[in-house]
Write a protein that binds this ligand. Structure first.
Ligand SMILES: Cc1cc2nc3c(=O)[nH]c(=O)nc-3n(C[C@H](O)[C@H](O)[C@H](O)COP(=O)(O)OP(=O)(O)OC[C@H]3O[C@@H](n4cnc5c(N)ncnc54)[C@H](O)[C@@H]3O)c2cc1C
Length: 346
């Protein structure tokens, strides 16, 4: 295990922003994770776990601690019951490559999550979801190293505390576990999930939708929204959605509808008559259009939810823009938007 010093983090993030990590180590095995965690504990320095850096904004001053880059590679498959297949995938595998493999093996459950950057280990952390699927629906087990108590633990899906963009790994046990492997239970020969309106439109009149066609359609839709990482596309220099879609009481939206004299989009969200409101709608109604820019930071030209590095932006530029948007949305609608990406070093 080689510990590097003052390693610039910007190239490890999809934003392409961020100063140096005081210490940096790449873990290729569970043993590396244990050793790095022990080292950080002995030195009394904070430890941050880095996957693909696709949901992360690193401060311009960097991070005065140890960054543990998860690079455990490899995967195995095993037959489950009936037509199910268990994929045991190490945390450092590229997520989108794994999704592609599962689709090629005709296994259903992840086809709508094609085109999302990052690592396998990052997916349970915020219960990654898109286009009608969430990983919690197919995760069977999460294996992790407990850096507080030491040792290896395995969590069944019911123990992960999954919710909308949340899990125990980014709430109650934030910073405690390093995910080293995730097991997914997929359905061999299952039909693609075509719940999302854009996908239903893409498949209208197609009597034989396949998993491969669904994954391809998702990538196409993502690209049209600048939500696919494509070399040279400035709209991709982001962390995806910068804000979560707020979940509010239905009456709150009734009041907003009356105030703006138009019907805001809203979708049922769990119990108590709560509804999920697209943050993009709130942002647009507050006067921030696609392509809005303040210096080198801006709103994607194809999706209001993504803040982008237009070239040479600092973390401070992005945070100032995010703050301006949050303040304006709150002033207009009384709803404070919540940030989706993780902040490091602020
Ligand atoms: C263009 C674009 C589109 C996106 N679209 C979506 C989308 O549709 N849906 C969605 O949910 N997300 C989306 N994202 C966000 C992001 O890709 C996902 O959240 C992804 O799962 C993050 O994984 P990562 O490996 O990059 O994690 P990182 O960004 O490296 O880390 C994010 C958090 O997870 C923790 N973490 C990472 N790996 C581990 C590990 N092995 N063990 C413990 N903790 C870990 C980190 O400590 C950090 O707190 C998008 C991002 C971009 C740039």
């Amino acid at each position: 295990m080689r510990i590097e010093e003052n390693k610039t983090l910007a190239p490890f993030t999809t934003f392409g922003i961020g100063g140096p990590a005081r210490w940096f180590v790449e873990a290729q095995t569970e043993e590396d994770v244990v050793l790095a965690a022990e080292w950080a504990r002995e030195q009394g320095v904070p430890l941050f776990v880095l996957g693909g850096g696709s949901n992360l904004l690193v401060a311009d001053s960097g991070f005065n601690g140890m960054v543990l880059h998860v690079a455990l590679r490899g995967s195995q498959t095993q037959d489950g019951s009936a037509d199910e297949v268990i994929f045991r995938v190490n945390a450092g595998e590229e997520w989108d490559e794994f999704v592609q493999r599962s689709v090629e093996q005709n296994c259903a459950g992840l086809e709508c999550l094609a085109g999302i950057p990052g690592t396998v280990g990052g997916t349970p952390v915020q219960n990654v979801g898109a286009y009608g699927q969430e990983v919690c629906a197919v995760i069977e087990r999460v294996r992790a190293i407990d850096i507080r108590e030491g040792g290896c633990v395995e969590f069944g899906v019911a123990e992960c505390g999954f919710g909308y963009r949340t899990s125990r790994f980014n709430t109650t046990d934030r910073g405690r576990f390093v995910v080293t492997r995730v097991d997914y239970r997929l359905r061999r020969g299952g039909a693609p999930t075509l719940r999302y309106a854009d996908l239903q439109k893409a498949f209208a009149g197609d009597a034989e939708p396949t998993l491969a066609k669904a994954a391809e359609a998702v990538r196409r839709i993502r690209q049209s929204k600048g939500m696919l990482l494509v070399e040279g596309d400035p709209d991709g220099r982001s962390a995806g959605s910068f804000f979560k879609n707020p979940i509010v009481a239905s009456e709150t939206m009734d009041k907003i509808a009356a105030a703006v004299d138009k019907e805001p989009p809203r979708f049922p969200a769990g119990a108590d008559g709560q509804v999920k409101v697209p943050a993009a709608w709130l942002i647009e109604q507050s006067g921030f259009t696609k392509g809005y820019a303040v210096g080198a930071a801006g709103v994607s030209s194809r999706h209001t939810l993504a803040l982008i590095n237009r070239g040479g932006a600092s973390a401070a530029d992005v945070m100032a823009l995010a703050e301006r948007i949050c303040d304006e949305v709150e002033a207009q609608f009384g709803i404070r938007l919540e940030r989706e990406p993780v902040l490091l070093g602020f």
